[in-house]
Ligand binder design. Structure first.
Ligand code: ADP
Ligand code: ADP
Length: 238
């Protein structure tokens, strides 16, 4: 579960808050879609859900973000928890996969963050194999990431994040740089991860996908939540 209580955030040197009085509860296993026009605060919300805001991207922040680990029941306030701890609870996949790929091989890419966690070698190997299989990149372990297609790169970014086994997965327009095939591949993976129990929060330009697949939609405008409900409820009110 992730809960935002009256969250307001303003970027440095920015006049208006990017998020204003946002209160939101995301339940375990839910699939929540975030909609809203450009500049409405969707990316800022994504960065707030895993503590990058305000821990790494600083600004004027007020309110509270609470993350509960479904496995232990323990709760963490993002402002009081290191980003490294939060990243094992709340994974974030960004729009541009290149910005998340740094290593020489596909396998190293997925192993990288796990090595930083200090996990045993056998567990790293198991998780790498599992994560690449989930996203359909089994067999490409030794490829050079820049040589992958757009869809493959984005699925590799997702594999690197899910290898951390976060209970929550946040995706900020993960398909916006992809062709229709890459897009279908990524959407299928997101759907399957949710079906397997991962809580998903997704910003997605293709609102048709969210209207079809999300349990709940949250509509932002000017940094505020202006509407939320099931896709049916939202469709009736827009
Ligand atoms: P969306 O994802 O819905 O397009 P954003 O969260 O990116 O919206 O942006 C919300 C508001 O915050 C916009 O007015 C945007 O210009 C502003 N903003 C986003 N990132 C920054 C930043 N790094 N510095 C200053 N203002 C920003
Ligand atoms: P989105 O696709 O989410 O709408 P944008 O195109 O608004 O993203 O923003 C792209 C990048 O520029 C982001 O890293 C965002 O933080 C940054 N950005 C957006 N608006 C501003 C702004 N007013 N000042 C500084 N950086 C900004």
């Amino acid at each position: 579960m992730i809960e935002l209580r009256d969250v307001t955030f303003r970027y440095p040197r920015s006049k208006n808050p990017a998020l204003m009085d946002v209160s939101l509860k995301i339940g375990d296993g839910e699939f929540v879609g975030i909609l809203g026009p450009s500049g409405s605060g969707k990316s800022t919300l994504a960065l707030t859900l895993n503590g990058i805001i305000p821990n790494s991207i600083r600004g004027a922040f007020s309110g509270e973000v609470i993350v509960r680990d479904p496995k232990t029941g323990k709760t963490f306030k993002t402002t009081e928890t290191p980003v490294s701890k939060l990243s094992t609870l709340v994974g974030l996949v960004l729009q541009n996969p290149e910005s998340q790929l740094f290593n020489m091989t596909v396998e190293d890419e997925v192993a990288f963050a796990l090595e930083n966690l200090g996990l045993p070698r056998e567990e790293i190997a198991e998780r790498v194999e599992w994560a690449l299989k989930v996203v359909g990149l089994g067999g490409l372990e030794n490829e050079f990431p820049p040589n992958l297609s757009g869809g493959e790169k984005q699925r590799l970014a997702i594999a690197s994040v899910i290898a951390m086994k976060p209970s929550h997965l946040i995706l900020d327009e993960p398909t916006s740089q992809l062709d229709p095939k890459g897009k279908r591949e990524v959407l299928r993976v997101v759907e399957e991860l949710n079906r397997a129990g991962t809580t998903v929060v997704m910003v997605e330009h293709d609102s048709r996908f969210l209207f079809r697949k999300a349990d709940r939609l949250v509509v932002l405008n000017g940094g505020r939540v202006i509407l939320q409900g099931t896709p049916r409820e939202v469709a009736e009110r827009v």
